[in-house]
Each structure stands twice: as C-alpha cells, then as structure tokens.
Ligand binder design. Structure first.
Ligand SMILES: [Zn+2]
Length: 104
C-alpha cells in the first residue's frame, strides 16, 4: 500500500509523492485536493486527496515512475539534514528527512 508523502520543491512549492510518482497541485475543491503529474504534461496521472489525507481516487500514470529520482533526492537531503541537525538521533533525522525532501 502506498502512502502519501509531501515534499517541497526548490521553488518552495508543495509536491505530493504517491505510488512513486511526483505530483503537483492541480486544483482544490471544496473538500479535496487534486494533484496532477509533475513533469509530464500529457500524462493523465492524478491523485484526489481528501482533507484528512485519504486517497479518494487514483488515475494511473502512462510512464515509468520517478522512483529513482525520488530516492536520489531523499539520500542527498538526508545527508544535509544529518549535518545540520546533529543534536537529533539518527532515527529522528531519517524520519524527519522523509517528509522534508527537496526536489527539483
Ligand atoms: Zn505521470
């Protein structure tokens, strides 16, 4: 089962990682946010997420996932975090790193 993970782009925009794909916010409805594929204009990949982070609907992507890219960014950011937050335990840093990944 995939989990929702929010990351911040280098421009400070919130991105959603789900099912190993990166999404950017498309639009916000009354009680849900629709995220669309980030980086592939023609792709119809979408995730509809409720206010309490429940996936209401998932439309699959038409291309390979961004998993390698996501993993690479996580690793780099994890090391940066480790250097900065040296008062935390390694376990805490890794946990924090997973939700504070910077991605291009
Ligand atoms: Zn896509």
């Amino acid at each position: 089962m995939s989990v929702l993970q929010y990351i911040t782009s280098q421009r400070g925009k919130k991105l959603l990682v789900y099912n190993n794909y990166i999404h950017r916010q498309d639009r916000r409805d009354e009680n849900k946010i629709i995220w669309r594929c980030n980086g592939n204009q023609k792709c119809s990949g979408r995730v509809h997420v409720s206010e309490n982070d429940i996936v209401l609907k998932y439309v699959d992507h038409s291309h390979l996932s961004d998993v390698a890219k996501i993993q690479a960014k996580k690793t780099v950011e994890g090391m940066k975090t480790l250097a900065k937050e040296n008062s935390l335990t390694t376990r805490a840093i890794l946990g924090e790193g997973s939700s504070q990944v910077i991605i291009q």
